[in-house]
Design a protein around this ligand. Structure first.
Ligand SMILES: [Zn+2]
Length: 330
């Protein structure tokens, strides 16, 4: 253990918390095992710097060191007894070096980096048990899968308590080499989730306890799964309403017809009533999307296209003209 944490970090006794943090970050970065593979001297320095920071970043420990020196940090130290001139019994050195501050130091190089779709930030330094972090992931599903719901299995990287140090981050009085003092390692896990029917773009599902492991017996975090729905070739959604389209000829528009309409179940005949007017959507009750126990309707946007029913012969044309005379006179 360092005799003088101020010397180890190269700061003055009156250094502010911010100056101490800056000095620590700079040194921890240059001595970090990731940047110094197989360099025992750097590893020793890294441990010393970590221990020094652990003392100086803790107001209580720093005050005890200032007043009583290294002896003030011994386990079982009794400040009143020391003040009265009696030496506390000697115990192990400063306990669990809390190295979680390293998370925000090694964003890019660490498996816990904060890149898109990666793990979220970890809980800040805390004494004792630390709850697991929340994980935010996105899952992309097809339009019909979202409408109907699905159960799907996927793999993701989950911060898991390091098996070498049981998530404590230290081994003996040094940073655990398996997890590099982080207490957590990234493990690929597979998870089966049930996405309910009617899921929509941007919906978030909270899956309890499937985020990062907690430390020191604390509860794991949750997994937040954001649903992304791929657009369909022809169908759209407006909430629980399903929107489809149909194109019919002018005679069918006048007389009504069964139009062939794309639905979740494929092409389906939908009755279009006579006298279709532009902009009107034909409603088919109960053929939309079910969400939260409610089922929406299918709405068919009908377009009239004369080329669908061309007047190819003289007789057809004569009939159409007669029909126009009849309906215009009225
Ligand atoms: Zn470990």
């Amino acid at each position: 253990m360092p005799l003088d944490p101020y010397k180890t970090l190269g700061v003055s006794r009156t250094a502010t918390a911010d100056e101490i943090k800056k000095a620590y970050r700079k040194l921890a970065r240059s001595y970090h095992p990731d940047h110094n593979p197989d360099n025992a001297a750097a590893e020793e320095k890294f441990k010393a710097v970590s221990t020094a920071y652990e003392i100086l970043s803790d107001d209580d420990k720093r005050a005890r060191f200032d007043k009583f020196g290294a002896a003030g940090l011994q386990e079982g130290f009794d400040p009143r007894a020391a003040a009265a001139g009696r030496q506390a019994p000697r115990g192990p050195g400063p306990g669990s070096a809390d190295l979680k501050d390293l998370f925000d130091l090694f964003g890019a190089g660490s498996p816990f980096g904060g890149g898109g779709g990666g793990f979220g930030g970890f809980a800040p330094r805390a004494k004792g048990p630390t709850p697991g972090s929340q994980l935010d992931l996105k899952i992309r599903i097809r339009f019909d899968q979202a409408a109907r719901g699905l159960t799907t299995k996927f793999q993701y990287e989950r911060p898991t308590a390091c098996p070498a140090c049981s998530g404590r981050g230290i081994s003996g009085n040094a940073a655990c080499s398996r997890c590099r003092g982080q207490g957590l390692i990234a493990e690929s896990k597979s998870l089966s989730v049930n996405i309910p029917s009617g899921a929509d773009n941007g919906d978030k599902l909270r899956i309890k306890g499937k985020g990062g492991d907690g430390i020191g017996g604390a509860a794991p975090g949750d997994l937040m799964l954001e649903v992304q729905v791929e657009p369909h070739r022809t169908l759209r959604r407006e909430g629980i309403s399903l929107i489809s389209t149909a194109t019919i000829g002018p005679i069918d528009a006048l007389l009504g017809c069964d139009a062939s309409v794309e639905t979740l179940d494929g092409l389906t005949p939908v009755p279009i009533p006579p006298g279709h007017s532009a902009g009107h959507r034909v409603r088919v009750p109960g053929k939309g999307v079910t969400r939260g126990g409610k089922t929406g309707d299918l709405l068919v946007e009908v377009t009239v296209d004369a080329s669908r029913q061309p007047l190819l012969d003289l007789e057809a044309r004569a009939l159409a003209e007669k029909l126009r005379d009849l309906v215009t006179k009225r």
